[in-house]
Design a protein around this ligand. Sequence first.
Ligand code: SF4
Length: 206
Amino acid sequence: MRPHLARLDRGAAGHSALDVIREEVRAIDGAFGVYGRPGKQPTRRIPQDGARGGRDLRLHVAGDVGSIEGAELLAGAAKRWRARGGGSVWTFTHTWRTVPRAAWGPDISVLASVERAEEIASARRQGYAAAIVVPEHPSSRAYRLPGSITPIVPCPAETKGRTCAECRLCLDRDLMGVAIGFAAHGHGVAQVKETLVQLGRREVRA
Ligand code: SF4
């Protein structure tokens, strides 16, 4: 685990999941200057150095929301991020069974982290595109897993060395027809280590 993830875990110790989400919201709202009071006009714009203008924002990197209220708080933060000129906001969640997709709002792209191929269809019925960790990819092309008819697209960070800002599959594409696959042991796994940390950890930190 990278040192900053360990620091995040230490910082969250002793706090409730909602406390950590509120702190995350404060950090987002305060990034690149003070946002101002709720309901007021934004005071600072997000740097326009993203692939499509405003800088993209990956939520929490490690951890997850623990409740509908947590997702709704982040939905508000993402809305304000976009209002300040920010780019796409995206994340993964294990709580797709209990937190409705609608709670994340329209400004967050969120993929359901599923453990089994059979769950891809369940996640889709809940309104979520899915991501799944597989032992390894058979090739760099899309493939299917037993238990699902949904094509699995190998994460291009692993197969082609692309960054998320270049690939953008999880950021702003409609992925309801496919699922993203991450290889647990495949070539290039180091590039997506942080994603795998979030996909693989089931404890709810935020
Ligand atoms: S590189 Fe992988 S994790 Fe990043 S957006 Fe593309 S599919 Fe998603």
